[in-house]
Design a protein around this ligand. Structure first.
Ligand SMILES: [Zn+2]
Length: 66
């Protein structure tokens, strides 16, 4: 599966788990279910996760990029 970051468009995505990816360009964590991104989180400086689902997952363009 080829993942493009829906936040910045970068292809510099690292796999950090069986269904989790991390964007090294904008520090966003992606959870993937099947062929779709199921969750997007911004990793804060203190290590906490801030959901970006509201920003991206209603946008059909996210799925089109996969
Ligand atoms: Zn990114």
């Amino acid at each position: 599966m080829k993942v493009i970051c829906p936040n910045c468009g970068s292809k510099d995505i690292g796999k950090i788990g069986t269904s989790q990816y991390y964007c090294w360009n904008c520090y966003v964590e992606l959870s993937v279910a099947g062929e779709q991104i199921s969750s997007i989180y911004q990793v804060e400086e203190d290590g906490s996760l801030h959901s970006l689902n509201d920003l991206f997952l209603d946008d059909q363009a996210v799925q089109a990029q996969l």
